[in-house]
Design a protein. Structure first.
Length: 534
């Protein structure tokens, strides 16, 4: 183990084939820049002939250049029965301006006969002709041996013959593709090892899909068998069940197995990269995604929290900061004093575990959770609750009343929601009204409208997510509901929660906490800056 492993990112091509993902040209440019900054070795931009957007991408990115990564254009071997010099998609690859070119070719005899509808000999000639022409025109050629593992299991002699032909034509890399994603880790290891031994000195890579939920394991096993290039996508996005997830592969190889993948300081940007791609792909990062998810280093049970405060190794396989993540101790009805003491320290509150105030706060939290509150996903509400308990939250406004009206006339396509809010700030009374595309939207606008003259920073605050869940379903329409709200001011995001039998009241509680939390944080930031200045 050890040595250099090259990371080949195909988020912009394979990743864009995920259902629901549609990168704009500007999205692709921004992601490429982020990957380059992160230290990825190869960035596959797409198929310049098959997609006009990809052609424009290569034109833009070639003109601007990349700092670290090699830009890769993707394409196919020449068409059946066509001279390679006359194939427009091969010509487009050469003209793309990419440093490296990847072509895929068939290695499974089933695909040659059924998909290409040609002879095994013609397929070999297609591979040779295409690689040879590309090598005469560009610096580096990578061969994606499509369906290699399935082909090897059916007809190993032919699958290896395809690789031999590519090498004879001058290819730089042989990439073994588990295109259907059905091969298991022990098979990947044995077959990859066999290829490495069959072609001494050849540079071998792995391209795994996740249909058997083993793409990360398959990629690691291939490296252990001798592969030195790994293909994958950020967050594992891709067609069907996705591609191998680079956000797991990179730390597994570097932190666990000692391979040289990225500069150590770059690895700390892993979570930042994952969140960036999640945002542009419009595919939220799963909370439980290893290494980079919000819950990757979350600890809920009191025993865990108590142990980890003594030594993080008791319940953490790595230091979260190495991948840009953080430890998260949650507080719930399962938690003990250790969890809460840890959270209070995060909030800047020091308290002894024997303090009666701590015991009463724990009981208060547990009682609220029995009512339906859920603080694991609403840390802003938890912080407010704790700081209110210790008298550390200012009354930014004095609430008097709110009212919400919903009206729909016969010919109206949608109902109209109007909310009014009455409150006062430092004895100055405000009575505002606002329309919204729903009752929660209306009350949110009315509340912020009443406060923005006093607190201008609220103009940058907006709701980014809103969830409603029924708590005690058996009560039917009288059941309590829990509303979770996520808000943002462009710099930070925070979650708040409200619970009530009335969905509007639950929403109001969460909205009020959201505004109060924002104002509290602004005040704390101002105090911190003043202290630094003095």
């Amino acid at each position: 183990m050890g040595g250099k492993v090259y990371i080949y990112d195909t988020t912009l091509r394979d990743g864009s084939q995920a259902e629901g993902v549609n990168f704009s040209l500007e999205d692709k440019i921004r992601i490429a820049r982020k990957l380059d900054e992160f230290g990825i070795d190869y960035i596959e931009g797409g198929w310049p002939y098959a997609n006009p957007k990809d052609s424009m991408f290569f034109q833009r990115i070639s003109e601007e250049g990349l700092e670290n990564a090699k830009l890769v254009a993707f394409g196919s071997t020449r068409r059946v029965g066509k001279k390679v010099e006359e194939d427009p998609q091969v010509e487009a690859l050469i003209k793309s301006g990419a440093n490296s070119i990847t072509i895929f070719g068939k290695t499974w005899d089933l695909h040659v006969r059924e998909a290409l509808r040609t002879s095994l000999e013609e397929n070999l000639q297609m591979v040779y002709d295409t690689v040879r022409l590309l090598k005469d025109n560009v610096h580096e050629v990578i061969f994606d041996a499509e369906h290699f593992f399935d082909g090897y299991k059916d007809n190993p002699d032919y699958a290896l013959q395809v690789l031999r032909v590519a090498l004879d034509a001058g290819v730089d890399w042989l990439i073994l593709c588990d295109t259907n994603g059905g091969t298991l880790p022990h098979e990947i290891y044995e077959i990859t090892k066999g290829v490495v031994e069959s072609f001494p000195g050849a540079k071998v890579g792995i391209h795994a899909h996740n249909d058997s939920d083993t793409a990360v394991a398959n990629s690691v096993m291939a490296v252990l068998a001798g592969a030195t290039q790994v293909h994958g996508t950020v967050n594992g996005i891709g067609e069907r069940t996705g591609n191998a997830n680079l956000c797991s592969i990179i730390p597994n190889l570097q932190l666990k197995l000692g391979y040289s993948v990225l500069p150590e300081e770059n690895l700390k940007k892993l979570r930042e990269l994952a969140l960036f791609v999640a945002e542009l792909s419009n595919m939220p990062l799963p909370r439980n995604m290893p290494y980079v998810g919000d819950s990757a280093f979350a600890h809920k049970a009191g025993v865990h929290a108590s142990a980890i405060m003594r030594d993080r190794r008791t319940y953490e396989h790595i230091d979260p900061q190495k991948v840009g993540n953080r430890r998260k101790i949650t507080v719930s009805d399962m938690a003990g004093k250790s969890n809460l003491v840890y959270k209070l320290r995060e909030f800047g509150i020091e308290v002894d575990e024997s303090s009666p105030e701590l015991s009463s706060l724990i009981e208060k939290i547990k009682e609220m959770e029995r009512e339906g509150y859920h603080f694991e996903a609403a840390e802003a509400s938890l912080e407010l609750l704790c700081k209110r308990h210790f008298g550390l939250v200012k009354d930014f406004f004095d609430f008097d009343a709110y009212r919400v009206l919903i009206a729909k006339r016969k010919d109206d396509p949608l109902p109209v929601s109007e909310a009014t809010v009455r409150l006062s700030v430092d004895s100055v009374k405000e009575h505002t009204a606002a329309l919204g595309n729903g009752p929660v939207s209306a009350i949110d606008k009315a509340l912020r409208k009443a406060l923005e003259d006093f607190y201008p920073s609220l103009k940058n605050t907006q709701l980014v997510d809103y969830k409603v869940r029924i708590i005690n379903e058996q009560e039917g329409t009288a059941a309590r509901v829990r509303v979770l709200i996520e808000s943002s001011d462009g710099n930070r995001k925070w979650g708040t929660v409200g619970v009530s039998e009335n969905v509007i009241e639950a929403s109001w509680i969460a909205l009020r906490d959201s505004i109060t939390y924002k104002l509290m944080k602004d005040t704390e930031d101002s105090v911190a800056k003043t202290r630094l200045g003095s």
